[in-house]
Design a protein around this ligand. Structure first.
Ligand code: ARG
Length: 468
C-alpha cells in the first residue's frame, strides 16, 4: 500500500502533454484522495463495467475489449479486497488508480475505458451508488430497532410510569406509549431516508466532464444496468450538485438527534434516582476508580456522536455554498464527512437495535414515581367538569386541593372524602376511582391516547406498517 512517498509514477503519466514539470510532491499529496475515496472502489468498478458494456453495445468498444476490461476489473477487485492493491499517490484518486492499474494489466483496451466519460460524472455516479447501498443498510438497522421498540411497547401496555413535561411529573402514561412515541420519530426518519434514496437514484453517467460527450452513448442503458430509475436530465447539474449528500446528512442528523433524545432518557432512567430501567451489563462499562459504578456508556456515546453528524451536515452545506457550476475540486471534500455520517449512523443504530430490546423496565419503581407529584390532578379537574364546573373553575379548585396536600404532606387520593368535599361539594365517593393511576390512563381512551387498549392496538398497527 502506498505511504504517499514520491518514488512512484509521476502525475504526467495521466495528463501527459500539457505540463512542463511534474506536480510538486506536497501538492500531489495535498490534492490526492485515494486514502479515503478507496471506499468507493467497488462502486467505481461497478460503474466502469456498466460504462464498458454500454460503449460495446453502441459500437465504440469491441466485444473483446469489453471482455478484457471486465477480466482486468475482476483482478483489481480481488487485489483491493485482499489489500494487495498498490495505491499510488501519483494516481491521485480511486478512479485513476483503478484505471491505471487496468491498463497495466490489460494494455490498450484499458486506455479506452475512459472514452465518453470523465471523473466528474464517474465520481457523481460512484457516490450515488455508495449512498444508495448505505441507505439500504441503514434502513435495515432502523427497521430492526423499530421492531424491538414496538415489541417492548406491546409488552408494556400496562406498565404505568409518570409522563413528564419540563421533566416534572405531569400525568401518568404507560411505558409502551412512551416507547411508541420513539417509534413515531423513527418512522419519520425512515420516510426521510427513503425519500432521499428515491431522489438520488438517478444516473449521472454520460454527463462526462460537464457538457456531455460526442460519442453515441446510451444513457438509458447505463442507468438501467446500475439499477437507477433514470438518467439525470442536465449534464451541468449532474456533475456539480451534492444536494443528495446534504439531504442524506440532514436526515441522518435528525435520526441521530432522535437517538440522542432516547439516549438522554435511557441515561436518566437508569440512574439510581429514577431507577426506571436496567440496562444489561454488556452495554455498560465500569469505572477505573469507583468500584460500584455501572455507567450507561452506550447511550452516552450515541448522544455524543450526534454532534459529529450534525457537524458533517454543516460542513457539507458550507462546502456546496456559492460553488459555481459545474464541477469544482471542492467537491472532493464531500467524501469524508459523508462516509463518517454513514458509519456513525450505522454503528449507533446497531448499538441501539441490540440494546433497547434488552432493557428491563422496573414496573414497581415507575409506578412509585407516578404516585408522587399529583399526576392525577388533571383527572380531578376533568371529573369536576363532568359534574358541571367550567374547566377554569375546576382548575382553581384542584389547585387549592393540591396546595393543601403539599402542606399536609398528603396525596389527593389519600384525603378523606369529607376533606375533598371541602374543596367542592359536587365531589362524591366515585372520585376515588378517577384518582387512581389505572383509572387515569384508562380514561385516555382515544386514538393517540395512553389507555392500555389504545397502546396495544397502536403497537399492532405500528408492527403492520413496519412489515409493509
Ligand atoms: N477525486 C475527485 C473528486 O472526488 C474526482 C473528480 C476529479 N475531477 C477533476 N476534474 N479533478 O471529486
Amino acid at each position: 500500500m502506498s505511504d504517499g512517498s514520491d518514488n512512484q509514477s509521476s502525475t504526467s503519466d495521466l495528463w501527459g502533454g500539457r505540463f512542463n514539470e511534474p506536480t510538486d510532491a506536497f501538492v500531489q499529496r495535498f490534492t490526492a484522495s485515494h486514502t479515503f475515496d478507496r471506499a468507493l472502489a467497488s462502486h467505481d468498478i461497478r460503474g466502469s463495467r456498466a460504462h464498458a458494456a454500454m460503449l460495446t453495445a453502441v459500437g465504440v468498444l469491441s466485444e473483446d475489449e469489453c471482455e478484457s476490461i471486465n477480466r482486468g476489473l475482476d483482478i483489481i477487485a480481488k487485489e483491493i479486497e485482499s489489500s494487495q492493491f498498490d495505491w499510488q499517490v501519483a494516481r491521485e484518486d480511486v478512479h485513476m488508480n483503478i484505471e491505471a492499474r487496468l491498463t497495466e494489466l490489460i494494455g490498450d483496451a484499458g486506455k479506452k475505458l475512459h472514452t465518453g466519460r470523465s471523473r466528474n460524472d464517474q465520481v457523481a455516479t460512484d457516490i450515488r451508488l455508495y449512498l444508495r447501498d448505505a441507505i439500504d443498510r441503514i434502513l435495515g438497522e432502523l427497521t430492526r430497532l423499530q421492531s424491538g421498540i414496538i415489541d417492548l411497547a406491546a409488552e408494556n401496555s400496562d406498565t404505568i410510569m409518570p409522563g413528564f413535561t419540563h421533566l416534572q411529573v405531569a400525568q401518568p402514561v404507560v411505558f409502551g406509549h412512551h416507547l411508541l412515541a420513539w417509534n413515531e420519530m423513527l418512522e419519520r426518519d425512515f420516510g426521510r431516508l427513503s425519500d432521499c434514496r428515491q431522489r438520488l437514484n438517478e444516473c449521472p453517467l454520460g454527463a462526462a466532464a460537464l457538457a456531455g460527450t460526442t460519442f453515441p452513448i446510451d444513457r438509458e442503458m447505463t442507468a438501467a444496468t446500475l439499477g437507477f430509475s433514470a438518467p439525470t436530465r442536465n449534464s451541468l447539474d449532474s456533475v456539480s450538485d451534492r444536494d443528495f449528500a446534504i439531504e442524506f446528512s440532514a436526515a441522518a442528523a435528525l435520526l441521530m438527534t432522535h437517538l440522542s433524545r432516547m439516549s438522554e432518557e435511557l441515561v436518566i432512567w437508569s440512574s439510581a434516582q429514577f431507577d426506571f430501567i436496567d440496562i444489561p451489563d454488556r452495554f455498560c462499562t465500569g469505572s477505573s476508580i469507583m468500584p460500584q459504578k455501572k455507567n450507561p456508556d452506550v447511550p452516552e456515546l450515541v448522544r455524543g456522536k450526534t454532534g459529529r453528524v450534525n457537524g458533517h451536515l454543516v460542513a457539507l452545506l458550507t462546502l456546496m455554498k456559492s460553488q459555481p457550476l459545474a464541477y469544482n475540486k471542492d467537491n472532493q471534500e464531500d467524501k469524508e464527512p459523508l462516509f463518517d455520517c454513514v458509519g456513525t449512523t450505522l454503528d449507533c443504530l446497531r448499538a441501539f437495535a441490540d440494546m433497547v430490546p434488552a432493557i428491563t423496565p422496573k414496573a414497581e419503581s415507575m409506578r412509585r414515581a407516578a404516585l408522587v407529584g399529583f399526576a392525577t390532578a388533571t383527572d380531578l379537574a376533568d371529573y369536576l367538569v363532568r359534574k358541571g364546573l367550567a374547566f377554569r373553575d375546576a382548575h382553581e379548585v384542584v389547585g387549592k386541593a393540591v396546595a393543601h396536600c403539599v402542606n399536609a404532606n398528603s396525596t389527593l387520593e389519600a384525603l378523606p372524602l369529607e376533606t375533598l368535599r371541602g374543596f367542592h361539594s359536587v365531589i362524591a365517593e366515585d372520585v376515588f376511582e378517577i384518582l387512581t393511576l389505572e383509572g387515569s390512563v384508562a380514561a385516555r381512551d382515544h386514538l393517540g391516547g395512553t389507555a392500555p387498549a389504545q397502546v396495544r392496538s397502536a403497537a399492532v398497527a405500528a408492527k403492520q406498517r413496519l412489515q409493509r
